[in-house]
Write a protein that binds this ligand. Structure first.
Ligand code: FPP
Length: 240
């Protein structure tokens, strides 16, 4: 799988965890953590081009997050609405193309239209492809793709495109998955696309995450030995 029209460079994907704990530790309502999380999104996205990241995928709301209390879900949806309204110009100015990945049919009224208009307004951005996952489930995407499969001739490429298409996404392999907040799990995020991703876990809570943390993750990634199931080039014996 390859990036379709996005800029070259690394594809980093982040599970933005720890907003609630960040707020609770400060005696604030959980939503205050989500609000501060939006500032971390801005800082992190703007640091990407200089770190060689061409695509950044962020997990903002999973399909399972609908189970949270109504006030938290409502607050997150309001935050999404205001993000689309307030950030689009800035994204366009910084050469950032925005895509929202996930189901759209369960989002509150007006949001699907706001997504389409933000995507259109930023479509020519070439410095960074910012993908925000909302009402996203990797398992549901894989099930939906399997249900649409016709015949028995799927390849990794064709099936990957089908999986991504179920969530309005494009088939882009992930190089690096980062999870903040101290937990070490994938939580139904990009299960197909991250097959060979390197994983980086940090205790930093998402509202405190910034350019230095991203740079540290990229530096650690650069030291990893990625073999994709093969052998290190130097370890392959020369042909006789
Ligand atoms: C996980 O932390 C975070 C979320 C479920 C929401 C992430 C949302 C944002 C960063 C801001 C929203 C941005 C947009 C564009 C809508 P948690 O709440 O599970 O934290 P906890 O594990 O400490 O409770």
């Amino acid at each position: 799988m390859q990036s379709e029209a996005g800029p070259g460079g690394l594809h980093a994907a982040i599970i933005m965890d720890g907003n609630g704990r960040w707020a609770t530790q400060r005696g604030l309502p959980r939503l205050a953590g989500h609000h501060r999380g939006v500032e971390a999104i801005r800082r992190t996205a703007e640091a990407c081009p200089d770190l060689g990241i061409g695509t950044l995928t962020l997990y903002a709301f999973s399909a399972d997050n609908w189970q949270r209390p109504d006030d938290e879900v409502g607050g997150l949806m309001r935050l999404l609405r205001s993000y689309l309204r307030n950030e689009t110009q800035r994204l366009a100015r910084t050469g950032t193309r925005l895509s929202v990945v996930g189901r759209r049919d369960r989002l509150p009224r007006g949001i699907p239209e706001a997504i389409a208009s933000a995507e259109e307004a930023t479509a020519s951005g070439t410095r960074l492809h910012l993908r925000i996952c909302v009402d996203y489930s990797a398992r549901d995407a894989i099930i939906a793709a399997a249900q649409r499969l016709q015949g028995g001739d799927a390849t990794r490429e064709s099936f990957g495109a089908l999986v991504a298409g179920q969530m309005h996404g494009s088939p882009v392999d992930v190089d690096l998955v980062i999870r903040t907040g101290g937990e070490q799990r994938l939580s139904d995020f990009l299960l197909w696309e991250a097959a060979y991703a390197e994983l980086h876990f940090t205790d930093r809570m998402w509202p405190d995450f910034g350019a230095d943390d991203l740079a540290a993750a990229v530096a650690e990634f650069a030291r990893r030995d990625r073999r994709f199931g093969g052998l290190k080039t130097a370890a392959v014996p020369a042909a006789a």
